[in-house]
Ligand binder design. Structure first.
Ligand code: UD1
Ligand code: MG
Length: 450
């Protein structure tokens, strides 16, 4: 483990106008998590230490959101967008505290690899002063080119400032940079804005450092680490890459998927081994799925727990607070919200169960609905273990169905039912012999007269 102290500076002052959104660019999500949070997470996993966030456009919203996924983050406002070098200096007060390493990343590169960041810090640890995250591409247009002499990096040239020959270089700047803390401020302060864009380029510290005889290195990262998101098409591309990787990881971890390309994970989905995911399953954030679970086709699951050996779907929706315990069964066209379905209980068809407990081995007939909302408040339904609720029943909460009780089908249950009782909550059936035939004849005669 790297024992050196580290300040991570994440640049997120960009306008992101091409997102055409009221939401600041870095708060758009990949796998249900803000891009900025993906970057913050990668940085933390690389031992990124304290985090300084440089904000500009949508500063308040970005700072507030960052508080939720990186609680110790400090925000610095870059009032004018004068370039990446200028942006890093917005965090001058933090840099001046004196860290061993300064790690600079961009808030709009959500697939940045933790390992690349680790490698950069490792290079600082063995004596480099500046380390650049490079990547190779056959289409380098728009990226800064890495100018090398032997294995030393001598400069980064932005596309607009390149000679024709430099423009042909395919080793590019991925954006992230690691800088020896003791040298960072003097290097950044030496950056000028005499270039095609008139900006203070962070990349210029490479030439400055090399000119002063410092050690400057490039490491090579994968292309995805450098993938900057500027519009929603690129956002979807990054999502697709993220999902592809996650599916593969799930399969390597023992999850069976018949059509992996139709299964979508959230950033925090947890799934146990020997679980089977049939096609078209979507996980929102907060899903924890046990081992030996079957999730049949076309299910939507969010902030829900499914324990070992349970079966879900097809066409089921588990909403926040659903807890499906061991061996329980949730069938087709069933919605569960904030409800615990205890071991071995069954809700097999066409039900809404919300704000409820369904006790162990209870059986909930097709079409049963918990009437949990009176337009003002939510109320609880407690179905005790082993109860049997007949089909097409409405359980008007608050209400308790005692252990082992029976509810006749088609009941509207408005009062609690004691254990082992049989409750009818419907009109008694009346049958009149021969009345059907008489009615038919009368109707036929009426029609004939017209
Ligand atoms: C930058 C690099 C380029 C590299 C490319 C990789 C510089 C000068 N160039 O170019 O070598 O190949 O990234 O994607 O660094 N930002 C601020 N404040 C500013 C300017 C930028 O916070 O004043 C932030 C942006 O929000 C963004 C990041 O810095 O997150 C990069 O800025 P961007 O304008 O995208 O730089 P590129 O031109 O892509
Ligand atoms: Mg960019």
């Amino acid at each position: 483990m790297n024992e050196r102290s580290c300040l991570s500076v994440i640049l997120a002052a960009g306008e992101g106008t091409r997102m055409k959104s009221a939401t600041p660019k870095v708060l758009h999500k990949i796998a249900g998590l803000e891009m900025l949070a993906h970057v913050a997470r990668a940085v933390q996993e690389a031992g990124g230490g304290d985090t300084a966030l440089v904000v500009g456009h949508g500063a308040d919203a970005v700072t507030a959101a960052a508080g939720s996924f990186a609680p110790r983050v400090e925000s610095f406002v870059q009032a004018e967008r004068l370039g990446t070098g200028h942006a890093v200096l917005a965090a001058r007060a933090a840099i001046a505290r004196g860290y061993d390493d300064i790690l600079v990343t961009f808030g709009d590169t959500p697939l940045i690899a933790r390992d690349a960041l680790r490698q950069m810090r490792a290079a600082l640890a063995v004596g480099a002063d500046v380390v650049v995250m490079g990547f190779r591409t056959e289409r380098p247009t728009g990226y800064g080119r890495l100018i090398e002499k032997g294995d030393a990096l001598t400069a980064i040239r932005e596309e607009k400032d390149c000679t024709d020959e430099e423009r042909r270089i395919t080793f590019c700047n991925g954006g992230a940079m690691a800088i020896a803390g003791a040298k960072a401020l003097s290097l950044l302060d030496a950056v000028g804005n005499d270039n095609a864009k008139g900006e203070y380029y962070l990349t210029d510290i490479v030439e400055i450092a090399a000119g002063q005889g410092m050690t400057v290195r490039a490491i090579e990262a994968d292309f995805e680490s450098a993938l900057g998101i500027n519009n929603r098409a690129e956002l979807a591309e990054a999502e697709a890459i993220w999902q592809r990787r996650r599916r593969r990881q799930a399969m390597l971890d023992g999850v069976t998927m018949i059509a992996p390309e139709t299964v979508f994970f959230a950033h925090d989905t947890v799934i146990g081994a020997d679980t089977v995911l049939e096609p078209n399953v979507f996980f929102g954030p907060g899903a924890v799925i046990g081992a030996n679970v079957v999730i049949h086709a076309c299910c939507h699951i969010e902030e829900a727990r499914v324990e070992d050996g349970a079966a879900i779907g097809p066409f089921a929706r588990l909403r926040p607070g659903a807890e499906i315990m061991t061996g329980a069964k949730i069938g087709n066209f069933v919605e569960i919200k904030k409800a615990r379905i205890e071991p071995g209980a069954k809700v097999p068809h066409l039900s809404y169960i919300g704000d409820a407990r369904i006790g162990a081995k209870a059986n909930i007939g097709a079409g049963t609905i918990t009437c949990n909302y009176d337009g003002f408040s939510k109320h609880f339904t407690d179905v005790e273990p082993g109860a049997f609720v007949g089909t097409n029943s409405s359980l008007v909460a608050p209400v308790t169905i005692g252990a082992g009780a029976y509810i006749a089908s088609g009941s509207v249950i408005t009062e609690s039912v004691p254990a082992d009782a049989l409750a009818f909550g419907r009109a008694r059936q009346s049958t009149r012999e021969g009345f059907g035939k008489r009615l038919r004849e009368r109707l036929a005669a009426l029609k004939a007269k017209k």
